[in-house]
Structure formats: structure tokens, C-alpha cells
Ligand binder design. Sequence first.
Ligand SMILES: Nc1nc2c(ncn2[C@@H]2O[C@H](COP(=O)(O)OP(=O)(O)OP(=O)(O)O)[C@@H](O)[C@H]2O)c(=O)[nH]1
Length: 257
Amino acid sequence: MTNTQITHIQIDNYGPWTVTPEPRREVDLQTLQSRLYADLAQLFGNRDGYIFFSRFDNMIAVTNGLDEAAHALIQESVGNRYPVTMSLSVATGTTPVSALGTATEQLQEAGSAQDKGRREVLRGQTIDDEFRKPTDVQLAHFDVDDATEKYTDQLNEFDTFIQIEQGYAALMKYMREAHDSLSFFVGGDNVIAVCPDLDEADYHDAIDHVRDAVDVELKVGVGRGRTAATAGMDAKHALETCRATGEAVTIETETTE
Ligand SMILES: Nc1nc2c(ncn2[C@@H]2O[C@H](COP(=O)(O)OP(=O)(O)OP(=O)(O)O)[C@@H](O)[C@H]2O)c(=O)[nH]1
């Protein structure tokens, strides 16, 4: 059974900061947000975690293998180098949705996102090493079939973007509601979903739903692992198997330690 450790990251009091003492230049906010995301991708990624930018002021990470000290170090490093601080709340659950729900509740209990007094909160529980298993994390790497041929080489870039985003919107909502999963656009025509124990039929169901709803064809590779890094790499290999066999769903059967 999966046991996903999720960290909810929130920039402290960011809304007021963006307009104090007067509205800050949008290009500077865009630069700050993308640099912070890039830094966190390295800080979590070098410890085998995965982070997704979601709304940039809030981000969501899969952090199996990162203990409280690792979280504190990441938080301190950002606090030392950025004009903003961030709060971190970590929780675990048998589904990523329940883990994130707990993490977010803990943060909300500590104070509002726009509370001047709530800074650098670090809350929650990580999984002790002795309880970690090679099946704790299940990641699904979705990809639009022949996006280059159907969209990129045919339509103008904005109309391609609309097609891909439609597929993403339908998938993220359905995976959240029907399969307790958190799906994130990661660039190009790719979406990575953090999933509980789903089987092949569940993934076919999601792909069928997206085809029926918005006429976008997907394929998916699924991997499991002790960390997001290993599950994610297995998912990529499974997606290559889909490309080789023409199957819409491939679940990597070996779990990498
Ligand atoms: N983040 C991320 N982006 C990827 C990955 N693989 C491909 N992409 C992006 O997706 C775009 C399309 O590449 P592909 O998915 O290989 O191309 P395709 O035309 O859809 O062909 P098939 O996937 O073989 O059906 C690339 O330009 C990249 O931007 C990946 O593993 N991660």
C-alpha cells in the first residue's frame, strides 16, 4: 500500500508583500517565483523528492525520505537568500489527497497565509526510516499521444497550449475526484500524477474519461518506489515501454529500491 509523504509549501504573507509599499514590478515577481521553484526543485530533488509548482505562491512536494532536519535546512536556506520566507507543513497518508489535506489543515491552524505573525512554520510528521517501503510512492507520468504531430507542428502555439491545458484540466479534476490523486502539469505535453494504489483499469478509466470529455488521447507510464525519484524514473521507463508497444498503460512491475 502507498504511504505518501506530502509537504505543502507556502510563501508567508506573500499577497501583502507583492503590493507593499506599492505594487511590485510583475517581472520581478515572476523572476522571484520561478527562481524559488528552481531552487526548491534542486533542494528537494537532490534529496530524491519531487516538487510541483501548482500556484507558485503555494507548492506541493512528495518528500518520502526527507526528515524534519532536511525540511528545516531547506527552509533556512530560502530564508537566508530570499526577501520572503516560507512555511512548510508535512503529512503522510495512504492517498496523496489525504496527506495533502492533513498538511494543509496543519498550516491553516498555524495561521492565515496573510498573517503577518505566521512566519517559517514547520509542522507535521515524517515517516520513520524503519517504516518506509519500496511501494510507498506511486507516480504516473501521462503524455499526450503524438502532440508534436497533432498540435505543435499544426497549430499556432496558443491553440496548442489550449489543447494541452484542456487535457490537463480534465485529467487533474478526474484523477482528484475519482482516484484520490494529485496531478501536475510539468511542461510540454506531460502531467505527473501522485497516486494511491491504482491498477491498470483505473488508468484506462482516466484515459477514457479525458478522451470522452475533451478529445485528447493520453498514454501513461506508472512507477513505484521508496522515493519520488525512483518512482518517477520507473514511470518514465514505463512510458518508453508504452511508446515501444503502443499500449496506453504500462505499470512497471519491478519496484526499484
Ligand atoms: N517535463 C517533461 N517534459 C517532457 C518529457 N518528455 C517530453 N516532454 C515534453 O513534451 C514535449 C513533446 O514530446 P513527446 O511527448 O516526446 O512528443 P509527442 O509528439 O507527444 O510523441 P509521443 O509522446 O511519442 O506520442 C517535448 O517537447 C517536451 O517539452 C518528460 O519526461 N518530462
